[in-house]
Design a protein around this ligand. Sequence first.
Ligand code: SF4
Length: 193
Amino acid sequence: MEAFYTLQGEGQHSGKAAYFIRLGGCEVGCHWCDVKESWDADAHPKLEINTIVEGALGYPGRLAVITGGEPLMYNLDALTDALQQAGFQTNIETSGVYPFTGHWDWVCFSPKKFKTPHSDIYINANELKSIIYNKSDFEFAEQHAALVNQECTLLLQPEWSKHEQMLPLIIDYIKDNPKWKMSLQTHKYMNIP
Ligand code: SF4
């Protein structure tokens, strides 16, 4: 759908320069999705892997973040191999609803209530990023925290349109449940993509 060089705004790698590669196509259907234009894969051009990698090589950063849409709709072995051979760290942001493919340095798993994750994701997730849109999302976050591997970093992140209401609740929740850490969409505070 698009690719752009910016700072990773959220999650464990927040603050790092990163080349984002956003793949078109998503069937998860979050009502608060802020990239609904990504949902229709056919609305976006198909590019050769070499073209994507060349675009990434045009900037000094060597962190590539594959996002969507839902990137695991596609087998990502070839794209991640090519990026790693070109010297990139490969990170993914996924809802985990499809079988796991690709070779990754960091896997951000952000489960959504609207489509059940595939079982592959729980062993592969490096961070569980749970979006808090309303109070019931804390329980949903805990359900997934019980399923991920022991090394997985646990993050709670307010959904942007509700962040003023949810932020105080998340702060209190983390103080009471310190296995969790805060993740903020700092790119939105910085007004960058
Ligand atoms: S999984 Fe991501 S891209 Fe898909 S609808 Fe939800 S927020 Fe949007």
